[in-house]
Design a protein around this ligand. Structure first.
Ligand code: FAD
Length: 384
């Protein structure tokens, strides 16, 4: 059966109706985004983003982007490596500071969630001309234009985890991708979104046009780096929403690009993503394709809070999904795995409570176990 996702993009819907009619197909059924990659074949080029299953709000020069990608895929990704490649002693930190930011240029902004998602999330690609190199797991700062009405001073920097590998989505080493959720404010009295209270920087980024200049700081952060010295390290990556960003950069380095670490990697990269529903899943097509190419080294588990139930019949939150594998996770951590947490800070109490009760059931004192994992550098947290 031919299935398509619900779309809010009007032009897309019309084009889709024409395409389905042309193919002699019946009216499309709104279903999950999981099965929608088959739609790629009938999308018009001008609306097709370079990765499947997302709606474009501004278009980029797709042919140029893909040509750069294809050219890069024919050779090794090795021109941005340290010597040896796992040596993190000279990684770039704060190359550009608040007082002297780098001016990048927006290449593309795309909505990457379906119509039934809670809120809007965009994948944003920025040109840094190769002048702002970064490592997987780092963040960029963005200084939104304008004045903060609360103090009459220029708006201040906001941090965003980088969602591409150091080579960028086009593998040129000159672009950076961010995964940004538009912050809105729901006014209970008005029973509507209050535009006066919407998030300054996320709305600026999600509404940005191709070619627009953007002030960048960083890169920053060393908490979320990959322990590349160990090719056998298991990486357990837990995300809520846009917390997926650093893991996309990890997974591309490990399994999509021909990098020195990817070539030797023998561990398990295990992704847990918590979102509200299937339409809110982020980069699912990419994960499905890595599952096919690397079934022994990659796993992905989703917690869909509004669609799935946990074992007690309540909403399936990220900690409930992780709890389903708690014994295996404990075992892998005791053998040296690294566990990462990224996304909303509200997820941490649930996660630590869950792990604490698993420890108690094993007769282990949680504080001691956590201390041990932290001391070994196995515990990585970046929540906001
Ligand atoms: P702000 O303008 O700072 O407003 C903050 C919130 O307050 C908004 O939700 C807004 O709606 C609300 N608000 C505004 N005015 C009022 C008012 N009068 N009354 C009540 N509420 C109000 N975010 C991502 O999307 N992706 C990432 O990858 C990402 N990575 C991060 C990494 C790190 C290390 C950190 C620290 C943060 C990260 N963030 C990320 C969060 C990001 O930095 C911003 O905090 C976020 O985008 C909101 O910024 P803003 O300027 O849009 O909202």
């Amino acid at each position: 059966r031919f299935q398509v996702p619900v779309r809010r993009h009007r032009g897309f819907v019309i084009m889709l109706a024409l395409a389905t009619a042309a193919l002699g197909l019946h009216a499309p059924m709104p279903v999950s985004r999981l099965s929608s990659s088959r739609m790629a074949a009938v999308r018009m080029e001008s609306e097709t983003p370079w990765f499947d299953d997302c709606v474009s709000t501004t278009t980029l020069d797709k042919s140029k982007f893909e040509a750069a990608y294809s050219a890069a895929m024919n050779k090794k990704q090795d021109f941005l490596e340290a010597e040896p490649y796992w040596d993190q002693s000279n990684i770039p930190v704060n190359t550009y500071k608040n007082k002297a930011p780098f001016t990048g240029k927006i290449i593309s902004v795309k909505r990457i969630v379906g119509a039934a998602a809670t809120g809007e999330t965009c994948h944003i690609i920025i040109d840094h001309e190769g002048k702002m190199p970064y490592w997987e797991g780092q963040s960029y700062g963005v200084i939104p234009p304008g004045i903060n009405p609360k103090n009459g001073k220029p708006n201040t920097v906001r941090l965003y985890s980088i969602a591409s590998s150091r080579y960028g989505d086009d593998m040129t080493g000159k672009t950076t991708s961010l995964c940004v959720r538009r912050a809105t404010f729901w006014c209970p009295e008005l029973q509507a979104e209050d535009p006066a209270k919407k998030g300054v920087c996320s709305n600026y980024l999600c509404d940005a046009s191709v070619g627009e200049q953007v002030k960048l700081t960083g890169p920053s952060g060393k908490v979320m780096l990959i322990p590349e010295k160990d090719p056998n390290a298991d990486l357990i990556m837990v995300a809520t929403g846009t917390g997926i960003a650093p893991y996309r950069s990890f997974i591309r380095r490990l399994f999509v690009e021909k990098t020195p670490y990817g070539e030797v990697y023998k561990g398990l990269a295990w992704l847990f993503l918590g979102v509200a529903n299937k339409d809110a899943l982020l980069y699912d097509d990419e994960w499905q394709s890595v599952l096919k190419s690397h079934p022994d080294n990659f796993r992905v588990d989703y917690a869909l809070s509004r669609e799935q139930k946990n074992k007690d019949g309540g909403k399936m939150y990220i900690q409930d999904k992780v709890a389903e594998y708690s014994d295996e996770i404990f075992d892998r951590m005791d053998k040296g795995a690294h566990m990462y947490f990224c996304g909303l800070k509200g997820m941490m109490p649930g996660i630590t409570q869950m792990l604490e009760s698993v420890s108690a059931a094993k007769g282990i004192k949680w504080e001691d176990k956590l201390k041990q994992w932290k001391e070994n550098g196995q515990w990585h947290v970046e929540v906001y």
